[in-house]
Design a binder for this molecule. Structure first.
Ligand code: SF4
Length: 640
């Protein structure tokens, strides 16, 4: 396909769609490179609307890492809203990049980053709009190699028919290695065509090419085995890990959105990985080992990021930011540096302890205070032992009261519903906790002007976690418990008035469960949903449970399986899981033992502070967890 800009055809359509500015590109720090000078060209997609996808750190980092190379070009594309999709179809405008408005089909590689499985229908919409065959097997050398990344790529089997490859783990180095392979193959005159290129990628043992693996099934529907169908292809594909984050201080030049987006700030990832061992948390499990960014690099990134972007808000991100071994020095150093400035600093505050409040206070010294969210995740101490979230009721009340005493009038408490072994009582305990929090807060502050919001998410069992074998709660049970909880919160009118209640109903979680733990047979469901108009399934206003259940019945039942079979069924130890050939570094035996500990309500310590408990990750990578303290301090502000 010609790489010429489609903007002359797109522009007349834009006055007819909502938020047209999201499609025009040209943001501060965006790059438009010369097409002909590039040896390898990537189109990068976050499969959601611009307002969600533009701030995505993963895509921004890869965009910058690739564009820093002289002979490499990377542009971005996002999901288009249905109003523009209809017009693009009517006028023959293909899926385009926002940077130079080139057709996605003209690129060598089409990399799609999936933070969640609910973006799968948007992948199909984008492929179809791009005029790239949905079936990977139907593509030829004229089509881009479609590569999935992000956390959902740790089980890409449901989209195995639609992608050419998947990369597990960190992308910074992986995209450059893939680029080198594509560059060499093109320079060699494309020997062996697309098949040879995919084979070269698969031989690295770090790129998964689904077509080189056959899946056999047992008569009862379970998987019998997954085996390579080519001699040179590895039995297991390993995740990529960028060990030294100080060598990769990206984004250096953050993209500043033109249209409104969900986060408008400079985000610095202060460490990667987590060893707290929350059993529901896929991100914590698959990103081990812990790798801290040094205090010096964090300081430099903040300073440069603000200068290059003009953002006046900085987020210090990670899975549990208060766990950085030098977080106290990071916060006080940044608070000193930006005191009297209009820069607002924030830390995602999920750890339930008073130290978190102290850090938030330090960061709000310049008068700009961010919200506080604590995540006990489970309502009762029993269920918190099951999920390995070691927070006592006393800790929680003490922490929230400290926040109220520190001047916060409102905190958010995050919980999950539908957890393994959960009973009605475990969920009703959330109401009791919230009542106690308000009572203690009123007593400590002498004020009635305090509030908390109880926010509930639906639990979804994820691959590569100890809960990968668990049955998922059915939506009726989840919805019934959420209703009971609401009644319980309001059973005390005085306390209930101070408690906000936010929840999602149970149906989307079941579909996320299907897509998370599904195998290749689930691809037929995704295709059917997309054909029936499914798009933007992560948005409640676009999600249709009925569309998914109808598609699942039509596509799965002839194969002897069903939506319930994938979601509500507990797996046994010997079952071959669809992602067993994809290596996240965790020992399956350790995960099983942790699942058994969970059922026995036995907790597991954090290996950052206690001896290694042999999850398998560090020896597999010949490393150790990488934490400070380094003893270094933030460098003083550079005098310009
Ligand atoms: S191998 Fe040991 S030290 Fe490394 S993450 Fe696992 S438990 Fe922790």
């Amino acid at each position: 396909m010609s790489a010429a800009s489609v903007f002359p055809r797109l522009e007349p359509l834009l006055p007819r769609v909502s938020k047209p500015i999201q499609y025009v590109g040209g943001e501060l720090n965006a790059v438009a490179k010369d097409w002909d000078s590039a040896a390898v060209r990537w189109a990068l997609m976050y499969p959601d609307a611009y307002e969600v996808g533009q701030p995505n750190q993963g895509v921004q980092i890869l965009y910058e890492v690739l564009n820093e190379r002289d002979d490499v070009l990377a542009e971005r594309t996002y999901a288009v809203w249905p109003d523009l999709e209809a017009l693009m179809r009517e006028h023959g405008v293909p899926q385009f990049t926002v940077d130079a408005h080139r057709p996605v089909a003209a690129f060598d590689l089409f990399g799609v980053s999936f933070a969640t499985e609910m973006g799968y229908t948007n992948l199909l919409a984008a492929l179809d709009l791009a005029q790239i065959p949905l079936d990977a097997a139907a593509r030829d050398e004229s089509h881009p190699v479609v590569i999935a990344g992000g956390h959902a790529a740790f089980n890409p089997e449901p989209i195995a028919d639609f992608i050419d490859a998947a990369v597990l783990g960190d992308g910074e180095e992986a995209v450059l290695e893939i680029t080198d392979i594509v560059r060499a193959w093109k320079a060699d005159g494309r020997p062996g065509g697309r098949d040879e290129l995919l084979l070269r990628l698969a031989r690295t043992e770090a790129v998964y090419v689904p077509r080189f693996y056959d899946v056999d099934y047992l008569p009862d529907g379970r998987i019998q085995r997954v085996i390579p169908n080519r001699a040179e292809v590895p039995f297991r594909v390993h995740k990529r890990t960028t060990m030294d984050l100080d060598q990769w201080p990206y984004p250096k030049q953050p993209l500043v959105p033109l249209a409104e987006t969900v986060h408008e700030r400079y985000a610095v990832e202060i460490f990667r990985g987590c060893t707290r061992g929350c059993r529901f948390c896929q991100a914590g499990m698959i990103t081990r080992p812990v790798r801290e960014r040094s205090i010096t690099t964090i300081g430099d990134m903040v300073e440069r990021g603000i200068k290059e972007s003009g953002f006046n808000e900085v987020g210090l991100l990670s899975l549990s930011s208060a766990d950085h071994s030098e977080i106290g020095d990071v916060c006080s150093g940044l608070a000193d540096r930006y005191e009297g400035d209009n820069v607002s600093l924030s830390l995602p505050s999920t750890r339930v302890d008073a130290f978190n409040v102290t850090l938030a206070q330090e960061l709000s010294r310049n008068g700009r205070r961010s919200g506080l969210t604590f995540a006990p995740e489970g309502g009762s101490e029993r269920i918190r032992r099951v999920i390995n979230k070691m927070v006592s009721e006393e800790d929680l009340i003490r922490t929230v009261v400290t926040a109220y005493q520190g001047g916060w009038r409102q905190v958010k408490l995050y919980f999950m519903c539908g957890l393994p072994t959960e009973t009605d009582d475990d969920v009703l305990q959330i109401a009791r906790l919230a009542h106690e929090v308000i009572k203690a807060g009123r007593e400590a502050t002498g004020s009635k002007d305090i509030r908390c919001t109880v926010s509930i998410g639906g639990f979804v069992p994820k691959p590569h976690t100890p809960f990968q074998w668990a049955s998922q709660a059915d939506p009726e049970t989840v919805d019934r418990r959420l209703k009971l909880l609401k009644q319980e919160i309001n059973s005390n009118r005085s306390l209930g008035r101070a408690i906000g209640y936010r929840y999602h109903d149970g149906e989307p979680s079941v579909i996320e469960g299907l897509l998370s733990r599904g195998d290749r047979r689930v691809g037929a469901v995704i295709r059917r949903v997309w054909e029936q108009g499914g798009r933007f399934d992560g948005w409640s206003e676009h999600f249709s449970y009925r569309r998914w259940t109808d598609a699942a019945a039509e596509a799965l039942e002839p194969m002897g399986v069903s939506l319930a079979w994938y979601t509500l069924r507990e797996r046994d130890e010997n079952e071959v899981l669809p992602w067993d050939h994809l290596d996240s570094g965790l020992d399956k035996e350790w995960l099983w033992a942790d699942w058994q500990d969970s059922l026995s309500e036995v907790e597991q310590d954090d290996c950052r502070w206690t001896p290694c408990f042999d999850c398998g990750v560090c020896p597999g990578m010949d490393t150790e967890i990488q934490i400070g303290p380094t003893g270094r301090k933030l460098l003083p502000l550079t005098v310009v």
